[in-house]
Design a protein around this ligand. Sequence first.
Ligand code: GLC
Length: 465
Amino acid sequence: MDTPILKKKWEKNYEIADEQLKKIKKVKGVATGFNANIDAIYKITGEKLSELIKKTKMSLKELENIERCRILDEKDFVKGIFKSFRYGIAEEWICENKKVYDWIKKQIGYDYLQIGGQGGIMANVLSTVGVKKVFVHANSLPAIQAEQFAKNDNLLSFDEKGEMKPAYQINRSKDLPLMHWIIEFKRSDTIEIEGKIFKTPKANRFIATYDPLNLKLVLDENYMAKIKEEKLDFVVLSGFHALLSNNDGEALIDKVAERIKEWKKSAPKTIFHLEVASTQDVIIRRAIALKLIPLVSSIGVNERETMDLLEVLDQKALAKRCREQTTAENLLKGLSKIKEKTGVERVQLHMFGLYLTLQDKGFKISPEDNLKGMMTASVVGASKAKTGEVDSKSIKSVKHEVSDVGLIELDSLATALGQPNLVISGLGRYKLWDLIAVPTILIEKPITLVGMGDTISSISLISAR
Ligand code: GLC
């Protein structure tokens, strides 16, 4: 593999992104749901984590003893941060205790607020890149939450009387603000505990979620009724990952499945996509895999979510293999199993440095269009990582240079599949399906990572045209 030549080739391929961004403006309507919340961003360092550990008087042994991936007391919160920090992994744990929530608020506060939740994040991004109308579902919309939405008049939601308005102007003053703590750390930061040094291998985040409404999957009935009157090209759904099996989670999934079926009936031409999101509760994860994925035509996953899905689809050995060797080749096997087991027509993986889409032949979006959408997503994602913004100025500042990591991964995949052209064109096949692969632009020092997957999946789908 000659990397500089390939990089040039992909730089050329990526030229199409500008064109795609213009085409997005032709998309008439997208609905995003169901979760929108406030993300309270807190940048943690090894030093600050050390203070928290001291405050909670925890030994290393205690920190490592994780019996539940949930936050029932302060110690769970600190354990979660430590686990994410030391392995450089993304985790989201649910906090069900208001007292712990108050404790977190008092102990660390936050650096700044921004919109959160897959639905919220995707709505901000899609309205900013120019989709004509974006309808965001919000089960809570007091001013503090509404203010986190982009000041875009094409980003719409509903007030308490069911009147449609730009989301940022709404103030459903009786609603509860839903706060999620996003504890972000940098790569190579260190912490010393009992003489042992731990160094984070990757910049990442730990999320502590206190969100009674999304935990119950409360729907805004005004939205659910009125959205059926709108012409929608896409419905992008997520927000089921915070449900808990000991809190009626499965029944809530059954109920929402019925609502989605109804919605689909009223919008037969609309493409429904599900962003899977990291789901800790295994029973809920299985219900998402078996009851929700079969309802949509397309899903988005990262590496971790791929393995998690495999686990609940009785593919433990393959999940283990992916965990031990997180290569594109193994993950592709994983995607194909997910497709087989759920029947979903299109699966898209965004992994570090590479995106892969596996889809049915004859799917509504052609492989060529998918390829264009994936490259556009890479540019928009890089813009977000670089500046935190996805406006045209920021998007223009991104250099179209794909990462070595992605190219190397793609090259080994192409070799393993015996499809040398895949590394040049990004188009190939796997079993009976079309395979599309794109090496991505990586930003050396991203200023933010939260919401990256949501941005990639939604832009990739919506700009595939
Ligand atoms: C999860 C979190 C939310 C965050 C989002 C980012 O939904 O609950 O706080 O904004 O992930 O992808």
